[in-house]
Design a protein around this ligand. Structure first.
Ligand code: ASP
Length: 339
């Protein structure tokens, strides 16, 4: 049996110790540990990496503090519209959904897209019709209602901001996203711009993801998100886009988190694999270079990645990233938040 590996994330951004209470940190850690346990249980039984990443992401989607599934942020209309993707590196098959509403676990629906359709990505009404057809488990609006997300939306509306679920740098170079209106905040990542905000900054973190290597050396990646607070115009980020926020093949599996537009422009998840394949780099060097490239184009965030030997790397250029992985012969859990 080869070495199994599993890594997860719960979002990257400006996560300041000064804004974190002990209790909140404990909650985050318990959410990450529960997800690691769910994924590890699959791998230790000899199950496939695809099952493991799905199990880990379902656990993170069910945990209300992360921006995915139950804890998803609100759109400008006060709805939750979620995106998710997963990819099986062994078969190079992938499934993804975008803008789904009331689907309890969007990652499960992404799996159905992969298994039951000849397509990779279904979006909006069609994706919701598909959810009904495959009897995906649905949940009422109240299930997705979390007070801190609602307050976050009111805050964003008051400031006229479309807000990523983490704070960061405002793009200011030749790589600035065309058309981004920094004044009205379409690229303003500062989630605590309103000093009167009642929302503790750290509460607002959290796209989630998982990558795994099973005992056969097969790889898989999964990512799930509620996107941006107060989003409109059908904005989709990198999460459900294969190659941008999620990717897996015979070399590595990658799940990204951060300012999605830059991960799309950098094709970041695929970039790790390309650097390994074309430059012959190790997983760690390839992932480091991908994050260096992200920094060059003014993007902020991080990624988690594994290779077929069970190596794991979790680089990021933000202040912090909620993250965890298993390590050693006993597959002990390591959970970290800050740099
Ligand atoms: N990448 C996600 C998006 O842009 C957000 C995140 O990772 O927090 O939709």
């Amino acid at each position: 049996m080869g070495k199994i590996a599993l890594a997860i994330h719960g979002g990257a951004g400006t996560i300041l110790r000064s804004q974190m209470t002990e209790e909140l940190e404990r909650e985050y850690r318990s959410g990450l540990e529960a997800a690691l346990k769910a994924g590890r249980a699959v791998l230790e039984k000899g199950g496939p990496s695809l099952e493991a990443v799905e199990a880990a992401v379902v656990s993170l989607e069910d945990f209300p503090l992360f921006n995915a599934g139950r804890g998803s942020v609100f759109t400008s209309e006060g709805k939750n519209e979620m995106d998710a993707a997963l990819m099986d590196g062994r078969t190079l098959k992938a499934g993804a959904v975008a803008f789904v509403r009331n689907v309890r676990n969007p990652i499960r629906l992404a799996r159905e897209v992969m298994e039951r359709t000849g397509h990779v990505l279904l979006a909006g009404e069609g994706a919701n019709q598909f959810a009904a057809e495959v009897h995906a488990e649905m949940a009422p609006d109240e299930y997705f209602f979390t007070e801190h997300r609602w307050l976050q939306l009111q805050d964003a509306i008051a400031d006229g901001r479309v807000q990523l679920d983490h704070a960061g740098k405002i793009p200011d170079s030749k790589f600035q996203i065309a058309g981004a209106d920094l004044e009205s905040g379409i690229s303003n990542l500062e989630s605590s711009a309103n000093p009167q905000s009642q929302i503790p900054n750290p509460k607002s973190r959290g796209t989630v993801g998982a990558v795994a290597c099973d005992k056969n050396g097969s790889l898989a990646a999964a990512t799930s998100t509620g996107g941006m607070t107060n989003k409109k115009f059908g904005r989709i980020g990198d999460t459900p886009l294969i190659g941008a926020g999620t990717y897996a093949d015979d070399l590595c599996a990658v799940s990204c988190t951060g300012h999605g537009e830059y991960f799309m422009l950098g094709v970041s998840a695929y970039d790790v694999s390309a650097r390994m394949r074309y430059k012959g780099l190790s997983l760690e060097d390839a992932a480091r270079e991908t994050i260096e490239r992200l920094t060059e184009i003014n993007g902020e965030g991080g990624l988690i990645a594994v290779d077929t030997k069970g190596n794991v790397t979790l680089p990021f250029n933000s202040e912090g990233m909620y993250r965890g992985h298993i390590t050693g012969n006993d597959n002990l859990m390591v959970v970290e938040i800050y740099k």
